[in-house]
Design a protein around this ligand. Structure first.
Ligand code: PLP
Length: 339
C-alpha cells in the first residue's frame, strides 16, 4: 500500500461526499431501463456534448471496445496511433472483439496528423482491409498526457469525412484536455461519431465510463454491451458517483496539471534524470540516466511508500490526481532528492 500513489489517476478513492451521493442515489434495474440515476447521468452527458445519447459502461476499455465492435466488420481496419490504448492495452480487443486490423500513424507526442492518416488509407481493392475507423486518443496517455489543438481535431475530422471513416475518440482523459485547452464539450460532440470518457480517472468516480454517439449507435452499443455481459442492474449507485464527479471534480483538474508541471521542473534539476517530457496535463513522463536501474529506482521509491509506474523501457510515469496533497508532493521531492 502506498502513502503517495502516483501510479495512475485510476487509484482515486471516493470522498465522503461522493459516497453520500452514491448512497442517496435512487436506483432501479438498468437492464430493464428504469434506473433513474443511470438515466439522468446518460442524459446529462448527452446534453453536455450535444449528442443524441450516451451509455454508461463498466470501464474505458469496455466503452472503446463496444464502439469498435459497433463500427467495424471483420476485415475492416482502424487507423490509430502506435501508442493508442485501444491497441496496446485492451488485451488485443481490436482483433479478438472486432476482428479488425490496424494501421498506425502519429508523432512521438501521441498526436496524429492528416497527412499520416491519408497515407494509411487503403485503396478499395479486395487484397486490402477496408479503412473504416479513425481513432484518436485525447489526452494521449503514452504520449505523456498530450492534447490536440482544436484545429488538429478539425483537420482530422475533415479527413475522416472525406475518406468515409467513422471518427472515434478515446477520451479516457478528455476532461483534462478540455480544461487544459479551454475546449468545449459541444465542439467535440459535433466532431466525433463516438466518444468514450472515463469517470473513474482524474474525475474520481470509483467505476465507470460513458460512451456517446447518435441514436442508432447507442442502440447498437447497448445491444453489444448486453451481449458481453455488461448489462448492470442497480448501477445507479455508481452513476450517482459519476454525476457527483461531473459536478465537483471537473474544474479542479487544473490543480493536477499545475502539480505535474511543478514536479517536471523539480525533476529537471536532478542530475540522474535524463529527459522530462514537459507535461500538458496530469501525466508526467521522464527517463533516468542509463546507469540508473529503472526497476531499482521504482522499487526504492515503493519502499518509501511512493508509487510510480514504468512506461516502457527506460521511461517512468507519475500521474497527478485529486488524492495527492501538497504534503505528498513534499514527501516525493524529498525522497527524490535523497537518491
Ligand atoms: C487512454 C486510455 N483509454 C482507455 C483506458 C481504459 O480505461 P479502463 O482502465 O477504465 O478500462 C485507459 C486507462 O488507463 C486509458 O489511459
Amino acid at each position: 500500500m502506498f502513502t503517495v500513489d502516483l501510479r495512475s489517476d485510476t487509484v482515486t478513492r471516493p470522498s465522503d461526499a461522493m459516497k453520500k451521493a452514491m448512497i442517496e442515489s435512487p436506483v432501479g434495474d438498468d437492464v430493464l431501463g428504469d434506473d433513474p440515476t443511470v438515466m439522468r447521468l446518460e442524459s446529462v452527458m448527452a446534453e453536455r456534448f450535444g449528442m443524441d445519447g450516451s451509455l454508461f459502461c463498466v470501464s474505458g476499455t469496455q466503452a472503446n471496445q463496444i464502439a469498435l465492435m459497433s463500427h467495424l466488420s471483420p476485415g475492416d481496419e482502424v487507423i490509430c496511433h502506435p501508442y493508442a490504448h485501444i491497441y496496446n492495452y485492451e488485451g488485443g480487443g481490436i482483433a479478438a472483439n472486432a476482428h479488425a486490423s490496424v494501421a498506425f500513424t502519429g508523432d512521438d507526442r501521441g498526436i496524429m496528423h492528416p497527412e499520416g492518416v491519408l497515407s494509411c488509407l487503403k485503396a478499395d481493392d479486395i487484397h486490402f482491409p477496408k479503412s473504416r475507423v479513425l481513432a484518436v486518443e485525447n489526452t494521449s496517455n503514452k504520449g505523456g498526457g498530450t492534447c490536440y489543438e482544436w484545429e488538429e481535431i478539425e483537420a482530422l475530422r475533415a479527413v475522416a469525412s472525406k475518406s468515409g471513416l467513422l471518427f472515434h475518440l478515446d477520451g479516457a482523459r478528455l476532461y483534462n484536455a478540455l480544461i487544459a485547452k479551454n475546449h468545449s464539450e459541444s465542439d467535440y460532440g459535433a466532431a466525433f461519431d463516438s466518444i468514450s470518457i472515463c469517470l473513474s480517472k482524474g474525475l474520481g468516480a470509483p467505476v465507470g465510463s460513458i460512451l456517446l454517439g447518435n441514436e442508432a449507435f447507442i442502440a447498437h452499443a447497448k445491444r453489444i454491451r448486453k451481449r458481453i455481459g455488461g448489462g448492470w442492474r442497480q448501477a445507479g449507485f455508481l452513476a450517482g458517483a459519476a454525476l457527483y464527479a461531473m459536478e465537483h471534480n471537473v474544474e479542479r483538474l487544473a490543480i493536477d496539471h499545475a502539480a505535474a508541471s511543478d514536479m517536471a521542473v523539480f525533476l529537471q534539476s536532478l542530475p540522474y534524470i535524463s529527459t522530462v517530457i514537459s507535461p500538458e496535463t496530469n501525466v508526467l513522463i521522464f527517463a533516468l540516466n542509463e546507469d540508473l536501474n529503472q526497476g531499482r529506482f521504482i522499487a526504492d521509491l515503493a519502499e518509501k511508500g511512493i508509487g510510480i509506474s514504468q512506461m516502457g523501457p527506460g521511461k517512468c510515469r507519475m500521474v497527478f490526481h485529486l488524492d495527492i496533497t501538497e504534503a505528498h508532493i513534499k514527501k516525493v521531492k524529498s525522497a527524490l532528492s535523497s537518491f
